[in-house]
Ligand binder design. Structure first.
Ligand SMILES: C[S@@+](CC[C@H](N)C(=O)[O-])C[C@H]1O[C@@H](n2cnc3c(N)ncnc32)[C@H](O)[C@@H]1O
Length: 617
């Protein structure tokens, strides 16, 4: 019996398996036929490109790093379900905005194929691990010491210690790094080549995060560590230092990528003397050098009209050498003062300003938490979420990194500030940016105002804020909701016996809702965007589901009539040109699978087309 194919199969995944596959794919000559790596061949490639081999062994290491790499490589262990009622509403039906409920690592893994290199900007505001913010490491993956030893490639003792901390609700630096690494690793795959990521953080983990990002995004792709002021000051700091700022680390996917900078203002440029060269302003004619440093810039100049001589300041000499200065004087580029003790100025014309942009400062300004909290309190009519980020702060980050049609991702949504800021900026500049935002259904405290107001989870708050912001901004884009949901009971038990003949799981017992959940999960796995619909295709009474490229055969009632109807449609419908067929293996007995495969093979040969068929469990 052939091995059953499943998108959940992790049997071949280790901490390095995907990276090795990539190496093999791109550098097959670096492996011998037993699969051993021939390192000197790789050194040759690198050496021939003129690169030096660095022998420096500086790197970030922590207990759990190999485990984190294994987590980054593993397939998702949930399904994705859509909120059919919400998504069918008129305002949401055609929306490309997404709010997804679930653990973000799972969600990122679901998104990674369809949204690979699609996101222009990611903003995240993860738990800061302050000790008081409730961060503890937890995951549901259960490994034995032996399994972890093998899959993560670590010694027995290390595997034991990793399992101790992953099961002990730790908030150590190692635990935080183990939490962050796989999320950042997968997030990087979603970033466009010209994409950037911004990460909010404070003093507790900024040092760890910087090194982690250097590793995940590459040190050369560090853009800036922005800081912003969060409060006016604390009165009770133990060490009598009030730490009033936070950081936003920014990395790009590619070192050529820049932020947008700030448009220079030209309001000081005027043309009072009808200068044929256009608007100008009086600018400084000196530079910040002394006569000793720049003797060639130290000389007197004469106004040709009055004959008045202007001495050079020996602590701040002219900006131009004598020859250039003479040319400037000749071309009327120097404004001489009326009095001999005044300072000559340079007549800078607007058209000689090289760039209309100036860089954005890393000091972003004041965005007080108190103000952001108040704004949200008014919007949600109550104090339901502590410390949301400021809309204005997000506005700057989005403006600096996106154009009007870009896709923006925040996978630690909290109250949904990023989604709100995307809509607000669209309203401001007529843009059509879209957002994807992810929030785990973390329970609110049952004594909290949020809980009493009906927000049982933070996700409920995220959803409410996006709805209220939509209303306030009169935004017509809507948003769709999806959520991760556990894989059906018994489903994985069977997959663990991948080579067994017995089929423990009975596909026909899946409800329509469950089949739709499988379809949603599979379509995004196969590269379709979550908002893209699958249409029902009638094949002589059997309903298949498809896009222009891929057709899913989920239901059990497939028979010879369906097959004939499918071939007829291929022949007669010119718009019907799928390249891949996916059969839900549990609903196809081996006879039908064989018939389908044979018929397709004959058809593809006859028509010289490529039609791939996958039986998936
Ligand atoms: C600091 S808050 C973000 C606040 C947000 N920037 C705002 O302005 O409202 C971090 C959020 O991430 C959520 N979170 C933590 N771990 C998560 C996970 N594994 N998956 C998804 N969300 C998570 C928390 O529930 C919390 O709401």
């Amino acid at each position: 019996m052939p091995k059953k194919k499943s998108i959940y199969d992790n049997s071949h995944i280790t901490a390095n398996s995907k990276q090795l596959d990539l190496l093999k794919q791109h550098f097959p000559n670096c492996f011998d036929k037993e699969g051993n790596f021939i390192s000197h061949k790789m050194e040759e490639i690198v050496g021939n490109a003129g690169l030096e081999l660095s022998r420096e062994s500086y790197s970030l290491n922590w207990l759990g790093k190999s485990y984190a790499r294994l987590l980054a490589n593993e397939n998702p262990c949930t399904l994705l379900r859509e909120d059919k009622v919400h998504n069918a509403k008129e305002e949401n039906r055609n929306s490309e905005n997404l709010l997804i409920k679930g653990d973000n690592l799972e969600v990122l893994k679901h998104l990674v194929n369809a949204y690979s290199e699609q996101i222009k900007m990611i903003y995240i505001d993860p738990p800061y691990n302050t000790g008081g913010d409730g961060f503890v490491y937890s995951d549901d993956r259960k490994f034995t010491v032996e399994e972890l030893q093998k899959l993560a490639g670590v010694e027995r003792d290390e595997a034991k210690r990793i399992l101790e901390f992953t099961s002990s609700k730790s908030n150590s630096h190692s635990a935080w790094l183990t939490f962050m690494y796989p999320r950042l690793y997968v997030a990087r795959e979603l970033l466009r080549e010209d994409g950037v990521i911004f990460i909010s953080i404070d003093d507790n983990e900024v040092a760890q995060l910087k090194l982690l990002c250097d590793e995940v995004f590459g040190e050369e792709n560090f853009v800036a560590n922005f800081i912003w002021k969060k409060r006016t000051g604390s009165n009770d700091a133990k060490n009598l230092v009030s730490s009033d700022h936070e950081y936003i680390l920014c990395y790009s996917k590619d070192e050529e990528t820049t932020l947008k900078g700030i448009e220079k203002k030209f309001e000081n440029y005027k043309n009072p003397d009808n200068d044929p060269l256009g608007d100008w302003m009086a600018d400084n004619l000196t530079c910040n050098k002394t006569a000793t440093e720049r003797p060639n810039l130290y000389y007197p100049i004469t106004d040709p009209k009055t004959g008045i001589i202007y001495e050079c300041n020996k602590n701040r000499v002219w900006a131009y050498e004598k020859k250039r200065m003479e040319k400037n004087i000749q071309e009327n580029k120097i404004i001489f003062p009326k009095k001999a003790n005044g300072s000559p100025m340079y007549k800078r014309h607007k058209n000689e300003v090289k760039s209309r942009l100036k860089p954005i400062s890393t000091l972003l300004g004041d965005f007080l938490n108190a103000t952001a909290t108040k704004e949200l309190r008014i919007l949600l009519d109550g104090q339901h979420f502590d410390y949301p980020k400021s809309l204005k702060l997000l506005n700057i980050l989005i403006q600096q990194s996106t154009s009007t049609n870009d896709l923006i991702l925040d996978f630690f949504a909290g109250s949904g500030t990023t989604a709100h800021a995307v809509m607000a900026l669209n309203a401001e500049d007529g843009g059509n940016r879209k957002f994807i935002t992810v929030q785990i259904p973390e329970k609110t405290d049952n004594k909290s105002e949020a809980y009493k107001a009906g927000y049982k989870t933070i996700f409920d708050i995220t959803k409410a804020r996006i709805e209220k912001a939509t209303e306030k901004l009169n935004d017509k884009q809507g948003f769709k909701i999806f959520e991760t949901t556990p894989i059906f009971e018994g489903y994985l038990d069977d997959l663990e016996e991948l080579n067994e003949k017995t089929t423990l799981f009975n596909g026909s017992e899946l409800s329509t809702d469950e089949l739709e959940t499988l379809l949603t999960t599979w379509k995004v796995h196969d590269g379709m965007k979550l908002h893209e619909p699958l249409v029902a295709i009638d094949l002589g009474g059997y309903v298949a589901y498809g896009s222009s490229d891929i057709i899913y055969f989920m239901e059990k009632s497939f028979n010879i009539k369906t097959l004939q109807a499918f071939i007829t449609k291929l022949d007669e419908d010119e718009t019907f040109e799928p390249s891949k067929l996916v059969l839900f293996g549990y609903n196809f007995d081996s006879k039908h699978q064989r018939e389908f495969k044979e018929a397709l093979k004959n058809y593809s040969n006859k028509k010289s087309i490529e039609l791939d068929m996958v039986v998936r469990y």
